[in-house]
Design a protein around this ligand. Structure first.
Ligand SMILES: Nc1ncnc2c1ncn2[C@@H]1O[C@H](COP(=O)(O)OP(=O)(O)O)[C@@H](O)[C@H]1O
Ligand SMILES: [Mg+2]
Length: 231
């Protein structure tokens, strides 16, 4: 079993959106996945209530109980544990980081968000876990040109201790529409751009979680879903 922690000390960056979309992508790839909802606001649980009994399962887990739940999940033979965290509580983020094989530190491409991720990156480094920044809600390219805010964010993230994942998610209505229906973007339209970038991100995450010697980790993105700029 592998554990993926989704982190950022700011609210609204897209942690829960990423947790849900990646867990659903994992299931579509034939893996069993559980989302541990550490956020006291329990957004992932709300989504699960709308979704009904179709997986992935979402469970509220107290941060102090995460390690035990992780051991149980391993015993149950689960493939993937996705840990969705809340904002602002360093102790919770630390628990999630300690349990993780890979940490996704989510940030939107704006000055305040980028400045706010430095602490989280330092924590991931201090605990010695593998971690990457993931840009979320990046504006789509216009005429093939990356928006200046995205370029600046990618530059701002350099030197903060973690690499930038080669795939990020753009700001797209499909993410909001899907979640509001208890679904994900890839379930409302598997051919939409959001679905394709989620698939590309999932493939990259899966290759990082289950590295195969000799395989190139960087996925070939779909034609018009090129990776979010890495400067
Ligand atoms: N890539 C995206 N495109 C459009 N809207 C997004 C995207 N990611 C997140 N959102 C929206 O932003 C808001 C905050 O996202 P959420 O996942 O709840 O953030 P967090 O869990 O970090 O607080 C939600 O309304 C969500 O639908
Ligand atoms: Mg959330």
């Amino acid at each position: 079993m592998r554990t993926l922690a989704i982190l950022s000390r700011k609210g609204g960056t897209g942690k829960t959106t990423l947790a849900l979309h990646l867990a659903v992508a994992a299931r579509a790839a034939g893996l069993s996945a559980l989302i541990a909802d550490l956020d006291r606001q329990h957004s992932a649980m709300e989504w699960a209530r709308v979704r009904g009994p179709v997986g992935p399962a979402v469970e509220p887990v107290k941060p102090g109980a995460l390690f035990t739940r992780q051991q149980d999940a391993r015993r149950q033979g689960l493939d993937l544990l996705v840990v969705d965290t809340g904002p602002n509580i360093e102790g919770d983020v630390e628990q999630a980081t300690r349990c993780a094989d890979l940490c996704l530190v989510v940030t939107r491409p704006n000055f305040f968000d980028v400045r706010a991720v430095a602490d989280t990156a330092a924590l991931v480094e201090r605990i010695g876990r593998q971690g990457v920044f993931v840009l979320n809600q990046a504006p789509p390219r216009r005429s093939g040109v990356e928006a200046p805010v995205v370029v600046e964010a990618a530059e701002g993230l350099q030197g903060l201790g973690l690499p930038l994942a080669p795939i990020g998610l753009r700001a797209r209505a499909a993410y909001q529409q899907g979640v509001a229906m208890g679904l994900t973007a890839q379930e409302i339209d598997p051919a939409c751009l959001a679905a394709r970038e989620v698939t590309a991100l999932w493939r990259w995450v899966a290759a990082a979680l289950w590295p195969m010697p000799g395989l190139e980790r960087r996925p070939e993105p779909a034609d018009d879903v090129r990776p979010v700029c890495s400067a």
